[in-house]
Design a protein around this ligand. Structure first.
Ligand SMILES: [Zn+2]
Ligand SMILES: [Zn+2]
Length: 187
């Protein structure tokens, strides 16, 4: 039998079938799969992804709870500096066995419910991707008070908080010219 792609994230739940109350612990470190990221931030492929999950056989299927942790890497949306910090995401997901889903009176599949494959395995990759990518900050910043870049010249404000451009409103500049012109005859 050929192991499915990313098989380290495919788990066998045969033991949990029809045995409500039975639990399995899944504690392992795997490589972050591809595309666990948004434009500015993400989890780098191949970096450690620590899983600490409990799989419990329940009436409806298998309930997975626990945490997934990995290092966020990316760029600050304000100053464009590199940023990185560990992030732990809570996991809670119900998986249903194929036949119990079929029994569910032809209703459309619940979005929060996922099926267990016919081979009685669960592929954690799409579940973890959804959870972890949605836990990424929409506007990542290196720190909350990051002053960002100067809007006029792109200077890193952090290097000199006093950085400042003499702002002359064009209308005042015109008046100043006019006044200079008026001042001239006094000479
Ligand atoms: Zn920043
Ligand atoms: Zn500037």
């Amino acid at each position: 039998m050929v192991a499915p792609r990313g098989s380290h994230l495919v788990i066998d739940v045969k033991e949990l079938r029809d045995r409500p109350g039975t639990q399995q612990h899944l504690t392992r470190t795997v490589g972050v799969p591809a595309e666990f990221s948004t434009v500015l931030v993400g989890f780098r492929q191949g970096e450690d992804l620590e899983l600490d999950l409990r799989l419990e056989s329940v009436h409806e299927g298998v309930l997975m709870t626990g945490t997934a942790s990995a290092q966020v890497a990316g760029q600050c949306g304000r100053c464009l500096d590199e940023l990185g910090y560990p992030l732990t995401v809570d996991v809670m997901q119900l998986f249903t066995f194929p036949e119990s889903a079929a029994q569910a009176s032809g209703e459309a599949e619940d979005e929060d419910e996922r099926l267990i494959g016919d081979d009685l395995t669960i592929d954690l990759e799409p579940v973890l991707r959804d959870l972890m990518v949605s836990a990424l900050p929409f506007q990542p910043v290196c720190r909350e008070e990051c002053p960002g870049l100067c809007s006029q010249c792109g200077f890193r404000m952090e290097d000199d908080p006093e950085h400042f451009h003499e702002q002359i409103d064009p209308r005042w500049a015109a008046l100043a010219d006019l006044r200079n012109g008026l001042d001239e005859p006094e000479d």
